[in-house]
Write a protein that binds this ligand. Structure first.
Ligand SMILES: Cc1cc2nc3c(=O)[nH]c(=O)nc-3n(C[C@H](O)[C@H](O)[C@H](O)COP(=O)(O)O)c2cc1C
Length: 338
């Protein structure tokens, strides 16, 4: 920063989030802020909305997790989930599964579809995923996971990354062991959601285990868990991670990325919130049928309207709408009243 000098008279370079970046093979993640994969949320419309609202502030977006069982059987929905627009670059496509051959094929399909990175999901806690051996169950099968990771790394030319939890449960917090395996297999980046599978989304993230992973490997490590503002971002950065991944915080505040970069978090107005609702609705309307996108709008409304004091009644009204025209009318009336 100009004017800042140390006791020895040298300029002090402050490591701000704006100046922080890292590389995963040929992919530069700059700035080092990533939009988390969130199944049912971070489809193309949500990713585009976040990139548009946070110019130059999101270094990487990740798709929702995509089943390799669906992908490799030509399931149209799974294939559509890999589509992205120019504004989203670079894009990581996250796949999940258990069978090695299907993981290889799924990763190849993702690469052919234009994924800049293929990410392997090792953190999903959902019973229907872990029962079939995928998601966080892979952390309980390190040998098998190692086989998947090295096979996928060999099968594609784009970087392969993985996202895991701190462990399965309190007795099995093996993120460090898994990180060593991943690095040895040629994985280019590890994201750690700092909770065990048993914790789901409860309790405090364990940033110490993330720091242990950072110390254990020499590839970039990204931290995930409850990063919602400057203070939580600062706390996560103390673990030594190369980057921060934000999930639910982006639903609560779709401008969080640019605010972390600028260091400023101005009060939000009804006009701003109404504007982002309209933009998201438009993006969704371009992509999915009305029935499906109203559900997604309500999911977003239930979070983002919390930025405005006293928005409870309008939130309830919007969550009860049954059509696009009704939704837009309520938003317009809210804006007029403000
Ligand atoms: C609704 C929802 C869906 C999620 N889906 C995925 C997913 O598909 N793949 C994945 O790796 N993590 C998934 N996660 C975990 C997030 O990526 C992230 O690690 C976790 O929510 C903690 O970060 P946060 O507090 O910033 O949300 C999901 C989380 C939520 C809340």
């Amino acid at each position: 920063m100009p004017g800042d000098v140390s006791a020895e008279g040298n300029p002090v370079i402050k490591d701000t989030l704006a100046s922080r970046s890292f590389s995963v093979g040929p992919v530069e993640v700059s700035p080092a802020l990533l939009l988390a994969p969130m199944s049912g949320v971070t489809g193309r419309a949500f990713r585009r909305m976040i990139k548009t609202e946070n110019p130059e502030a999101v270094g990487l977006v990740v798709t929702e997790f995509i089943s390799v069982e669906g992908l490799t059987r030509g399931n149209a929905k799974s294939l559509r989930m890999m589509e992205y627009s120019e504004i989203e670059h670079p894009v990581s496509v996250q796949i999940f599964g258990y069978d090695i051959d299907r993981m290889i094929e799924g990763a190849r399909i993702a690469e052919e579809a234009g994924a800049h990175i293929v990410d392997i999901n090792c953190g999903c806690p959902a019973p229907k995923v872990v029962k079939r051996g995928g998601g966080c169950e892979l952390m309980r099968q390190p040998d098998h996971l190692g086989k998947i990771l090295s096979a996928v790394v060999k099968a594609v030319s784009v970087p392969v990354t993985m996202k895991m939890r701190s462990g399965w449960d309190n007795q099995t917090r093996n993120a460090v062991e898994i990180a060593h395996i991943a690095e040895d297999c040629g994985v280019g980046m590890i994201t750690v959601h700092a909770r065990t599978r048993s914790e789901l989304y409860r309790g405090q993230p364990d940033w110490q285990i993330v720091a242990d992973v950072v110390d254990a490997v020499s590839i970039p490590v990204v931290g995930s868990g409850d990063i919602v503002d400057k203070d939580s971002a600062d706390q996560a950065l103390q673990s030594g991670v190369s980057g921060l991944m934000i999930g639910r915080g982006a639903m609560m505040n779709p401008w969080i990325f640019r605010e972390l970069i600028s260091g400023q978090s101005p009060e939000k107005t009804v006009t701003q919130v109404a504007g982002v609702l309209r933009s998201y609705l438009q993006l969704l309307a371009d992509e999915v049928p009305e029935k499906a996108y109203l559900g997604k709008m309500k999911q977003f409304v239930s979070q983002v309207t919390r930025l405005i004091d006293g928005a409870g009644p309008v939130r309830k009204e919007l969550c009860r709408t049954t059509s696009l025209s009704e939704f837009l009318r309520i938003v317009a009336e809210w804006e007029e009243r403000a």
